[in-house]
Design a protein around this ligand. Structure first.
Ligand SMILES: [Zn+2]
Length: 226
């Protein structure tokens, strides 16, 4: 057996470094490429990042797919303008049967930017108060906003975004203004966030944060109902 000494340890670490570099090279340029109008142009490799590029550039550079070519000529979703972001998000949402998704910054109740929420579903309604004091509430519509200042959006992972859309879709489709209860609603929405075909490919930081939110609401839910 070869004795390990300082010299061959050095050689070993160089080999490892070279391997790692060539491993990384295979992934450079890998992404989901969308046009500014929001159409999916194609995807390459096994990176999950959503990138934006004009169609002409994509078709002329798609076979020159490295850092200085296609990837370098494209923009991240985060640094794209809001209209482009909305185009891409709505194209992705179409796959889930959703439309008219808003893209913008979300704030908490006191006006601080929210970095940890990927999206929000807002329910809009009007209430009428009758002379006898009784109130009738009329639900008009709901809409989904994807938070373009969130960590989720900044990472721009295709699967994280799909899971976020699915989460909001659950809020959107299952809203009932007579029976709405926040804990139950979040518990169900986190359930579908985890148990859908996209979740296993989501980024590990996204998965971790979803699992911890899920456990949080699961606890509250079982304490309330059982
Ligand atoms: Zn939610």
């Amino acid at each position: 057996m070869k004795k390990i000494n300082k010299k061959n340890l050095q050689q070993l670490s160089e080999t490892v470094a070279v391997l790692t570099e060539s491993e990384q090279k295979r992934f450079i340029g890998a992404a989901f490429y969308y046009s500014y109008e929001g159409n999916l142009l194609g995807f390459m490799g096994d990176s999950c990042e959503v990138r934006v590029v004009d169609a002409g550039t994509f078709y002329s550079l798609q076979y020159c797919n490295d850092d200085t070519c296609l990837f370098g000529s494209s923009n991240s979703l985060f640094y794209s303008d809001e209209q482009t972001q909305a185009n891409v998000i709505n194209y992705m949402a179409m796959e889930l049967g959703l439309s008219n998704i808003y893209v913008g910054a979300l704030y908490d109740k006191v006006g601080n930017l929210l970095y940890t929420s990927g999206g929000r579903t807002t329910h809009f309604g009007t209430s009428y108060t009758y002379p006898d004091g009784s109130v009738i509430y009329d639900h008009q519509y709901s809409y989904i906003t994807i938070n373009n200042v969130s960590d989720m959006f900044k990472n721009g992972n295709f699967y994280d975004i799909m899971c976020t859309l699915i989460h909001e879709q659950d809020h959107y489709e299952n809203y009932n203004f007579y029976t709405h209860e926040n804990v139950a609603s979040e518990y169900y929405a986190y359930n579908v966030t985890i148990y859908n075909e996209y979740f296993e490919y989501a980024s590990s930081e996204f998965q971790e944060s979803i699992y911890s939110q899920y456990r949080y609401y699961q606890n509250l839910f079982y304490n309330m109902y059982y």
